[in-house]
Design a protein around this ligand. Structure first.
Ligand SMILES: [Zn+2]
Length: 331
């Protein structure tokens, strides 16, 4: 990074900080001037030129409905091939081994992922919710997942853990109990900074593929990329607010048919934003990943989300995701 880039970043941070102080002051002003006709001042974040990201994939050996004629093995094979093509060997996927039971296709999908040089970590045995279960039940599911991880990972480091739903405990007792269990068993938590809920497009894609609805699929592709761009920007802005600067990122994606189809275009989008790619272990060496919001949060979220919510920080403006359209399309 050049001095000029550092100065730009510092200047951007000062602007963001002053804007947030001004916003905080005006909201605490006991007798503010009437300003309902004035738009809210927009914070301008000086996003850095070359952010870093590690891609990660949840819900291995595959999530969501499949388009007609496609198998889990084909999805995993195509996804891993695209990652290899982009020199992203060693990418982590997080496994729910319960999905392997009585499914030769799921077993073969996991072999295809690993044979292509990718890694696996734990996502609990059956994608259990920590919000609706006890810490004991949750920790038991971490334990249950281990024999399959050991068997498939061999000498690779499978001691990375992704919380299902990014829910880390709705009470401090649960949060602490699971964190200390993970620590005692040698796991690193695979935190997330960038998440646009990519899985939400998949089942719509499966339906629209069955219906051969070309126009609907074109809309799915465009809205997926638009939403990705919007939430990548939001995640980076949240980092400014939560940490005072951007940090190396971890992006949450899922091993679905639609994300596999869209990965080439998503990689172009990231590259056009200046992103370069790094491994999960490299990214999480940043000191921000050792920070713990240590708050009970029913709906957890990304690491910046958790700081925003627990510290009651104000989110910058962002467009909602098109969930209603995704539910209704090709029905
Ligand atoms: Zn998941």
């Amino acid at each position: 990074m050049t001095l000029a880039q550092r100065n730009l970043i510092t200047a951007g941070f000062v602007i963001a900080l002053v804007a947030s102080i001004l916003a905080a002051q005006s909201s605490h002003d006991p007798d503010p001037a009437p300003q309902q006709h004035d738009p809210q001042p927009t914070q301008h974040f000086q996003l850095i030129a070359h952010p870093v990201v590690a891609l990660t994939f949840d819900d291995l050996p595959g999530a969501g409905n499949l388009p007609p004629g496609m198998t889990r093995t084909q999805v995993a094979t195509n996804l891993a091939a695209e990652l290899r093509k982009n020199h992203l060997e060693g990418t982590y996927g997080f496994l729910n081994a319960a999905k392997m039971q009585n499914s030769p296709d799921a077993e073969q999908a996991l072999h295809a992922w690993l044979d292509a040089g990718m890694n696996i970590g734990s996502h609990t045995w059956s994608h259990i919710s920590l919000t609706s279960n006890t810490a004991e039940a949750f920790n038991h599911e971490i334990d249950l997942n281990e024999p399959v991880l050991k068997q498939y990972a061999g000498s690779r480091d499978w001691h990375w853990f992704r919380y299902p739903f990014l829910w880390e405990g709705d009470t401090l007792e649960k949060r602490h109990a699971v964190r200390s269990y993970l620590k005692d068993h040698g796991y690193h938590v695979a935190q997330v900074t960038l998440d646009f809920e990519d899985y939400a497009w998949n089942d719509a894609y499966a339906r629209c593929s069955t219906a051969h609805d070309v126009a609907a699929i074109a809309w799915l592709r465009q809205s997926y990329l638009d939403t990705a761009a919007e939430y990548i920007k939001l995640g980076r802005e949240e980092e400014w607010i939560a940490f005072g600067h951007e940090i190396p990122n971890v992006m949450l994606l899922h091993q679905t048919a639609f994300t596999t189809l869209m990965l080439p275009e998503l990689l172009v989008l990231l590259r056009n934003d200046g992103f370069r790619f790094a491994s999960l272990a490299e990214v999480e060496q940043d000191p921000a990943y050792a920070m713990d919001p240590d708050a009970p949060l029913k709906y957890g979220g990304t690491l910046p989300d958790q700081f925003m919510d627990s510290r009651k920080l104000k989110y910058p403006p962002f467009k909602p995701k098109p969930f209603a359209q995704l539910k209704g399309i090709c029905q």
